[in-house]
Ligand binder design. Structure first.
Ligand code: ADP
Ligand code: ADP
Length: 228
């Protein structure tokens, strides 16, 4: 499902972020990406939805080989991938409903289907009664739920989360993790970069550790493995 072979990434400023990454992630897996700051976790994640292009190596996502992919095909790749960020990245002037509907409007779904699907995902993340609110009228945890709803509204095969609980208190974080587990239980692959030792050591999943642009550990039901 997600295959990387000999991936190197050197940014324009000469910084090498990834130094020969090989990985195979199957459909339906739940994977934590751990490692120190600057190790290459965000770069690894961004390669998957082509926010970043590798300097060399092969990436295959589903049946798409990204090596030769035309720019006009990139939106098709991204339709299969939902992304959740640490800082939510919601549009502040749009309501909760509109933030989520936006993802469907760009693919020209019918208004009737949009309404049905948006209310469905809002129900799934427990925010049906907040549809008309603006993002800044919600708590951090609620805003993250909106961004999760936006990520899954297209039924993506993969959900990528870059430190999704990084701005949330522990109690709220557990609720967010439960939502990710439910999404994973329906067959969606989850790739989550995290610095939370408590989460990784409690909700056991595959752990891929990256240090200095290399995978240094890849364990089924692994530990966080760092002190902080
Ligand atoms: P992590 O997510 O593990 O903190 P990153 O992938 O963000 O690591 O960064 C890996 C290295 O690449 C760091 O040295 C970082 O400064 C550098 N880097 C990340 N993004 C860019 C960029 N757009 N341009 C130049 N250097 C970058
Ligand atoms: P995060 O770790 O929250 O995902 P980023 O990926 O944006 O943050 O940045 C990670 C690291 O890469 C930071 O140290 C940042 O300074 C560096 N970085 C990001 N973009 C650039 C860039 N365009 N040029 C140089 N360094 C960058």
């Amino acid at each position: 499902m997600i295959l990387m072979k000999d991936i190197y990434k050197t940014y324009a400023n000469g910084v090498t972020a990834l130094n020969g990454i090989n990985i195979d992630i199957k459909q339906g897996e739940f994977v934590y990406i751990v490692g120190p700051s600057g190790a290459g976790k965000s770069t690894f994640i961004k390669l998957i939805f082509r926010e970043v292009k590798p300097s060399s190596g092969t990436i295959v996502i589903g049946d798409m080989d990204l090596s030769g992919i035309k720019e006009r095909k990139v939106p098709f790749l991204r339709r299969n991938i939902g992304v959740v960020y640490q800082d939510f990245k919601l549009l502040s002037k749009l309501s909760v409903y509109e933030n989520i509907a936006f993802a469907l409007e760009v693919i020209e779904e019918s208004p009737k289907n949009i309404r049905k699907r948006v209310m469905e995902v809002l129900e799934q993340v427990g925010l049906k009664n907040k549809a008309r609110f603006l993002p800044n009228e919600l708590s951090g945890g609620e805003q993250q739920r909106v961004s999760i709803a936006r990520a899954i509204v297209n039924h993506p095969k993969i959900v990528i989360a870059d430190e999704p609980t990084g701005n949330l208190d522990p109690e709220t974080s557990w609720g967010i993790m439960k939502t990710f587990e439910e999404i994973n239980a329906s067959g969606t692959t989850i790739i989550m970069a995290t610095h939370s030792k408590e989460i990784v050591n409690t909700i056991k999943k595959r752990v891929i550790a990256i240090e200095d642009g290399l995978i240094v550990r890849d364990e089924h039901r692994g530990d966080y493995g760092y002190e902080i």
